[in-house]
Design a protein around this ligand. Structure first.
Ligand SMILES: [Zn+2]
Length: 221
């Protein structure tokens, strides 16, 4: 029998966050059950929450150079260990807000948005917010969320000056490592922009993103 896989479902409007954020990649929404679980957990004093089970892997980055800055557990879907999902895409994003604000957004359980990684413009410093085995909510499309790793880059689609040499180089090393871990070909068919997700109304990373340079850097690692 095929294992049951939860499907996304619309979230009741009462739970919607009315403040739409530039990072809002939320459609389609995760299953209501997950939202309700998260809401219930949010009401429990932190000290009463159970600790990780014995032998559980301690939180930490999958990509060792990255800093572990976890997203709220209300902002992504835990991976289903009994049914491993193949990951065959890396999706490139631009934040449309500052690096620090992006981390705040991902840590805010009301935002319902996350990405696996965020890369800072000035120095390429990278944070991991969602484990690669979990499903971040970044593509605005459930099928693409389940099959991809999402990387946010600090900047704006109409401000290519934010796309610094160090950010390209650091991000390319990250993407190369992600592709190696998951067996993803390092080409433009598998390393795509958010705007290339079918049905997406987002334009990131925008025309200022130098794709030929980026793919060349990924393959030079
Ligand atoms: Zn995006």
């Amino acid at each position: 029998m095929r294992p049951h896989r939860p499907r996304p479902a619309p979230v009741p409007s009462a739970l919607d966050d009315t403040e739409r954020h530039p990072l809002d990649h939320t459609s389609p929404r995760p299953a209501r059950r997950l939202i309700l679980q998260a809401t219930a957990l949010a009401a429990v004093p932190y000290a009463l929450l159970p600790g990780p089970p014995a032998g559980a892997r301690a939180p930490g980055p999958d990509h060792p150079p990255a800093e572990w800055r976890p997203a709220s557990t209300a902002n992504y879907t835990k991976g289903d260990r009994s049914a491993p999902r193949p990951v065959d895409r890396v999706i490139i994003h631009v934040t449309q807000t500052q690096y620090t604000n992006t981390l705040f957004v991902f840590a805010n359980p009301r935002k319902k948005v996350s990405a696996h990684y965020v890369v800072r413009s000035a120095d390429g410093h990278t944070s991991q917010c969602v484990r690669e085995s979990d499903i971040a909510w970044h593509a605005g499309d459930w099928a693409h969320n389940t099959r991809s790793i999402g990387i946010e880059h600090e900047g704006w689609v109409d401000r290519p000056d934010y796309f610094t040499d160090v950010m390209y180089e650091t991000s390319a090393r990250l993407t190369a490592a992600v592709c190696a871990r998951h067996g993803i070909p390092t080409d433009r068919a598998h390393i795509i922009g958010h705007h290339e997700v079918p049905g997406s109304d987002h334009t990131d990373p925008g025309p200022g993103w130098d794709w030929s340079r980026y793919i060349r850097l990924v393959n030079a690692v």
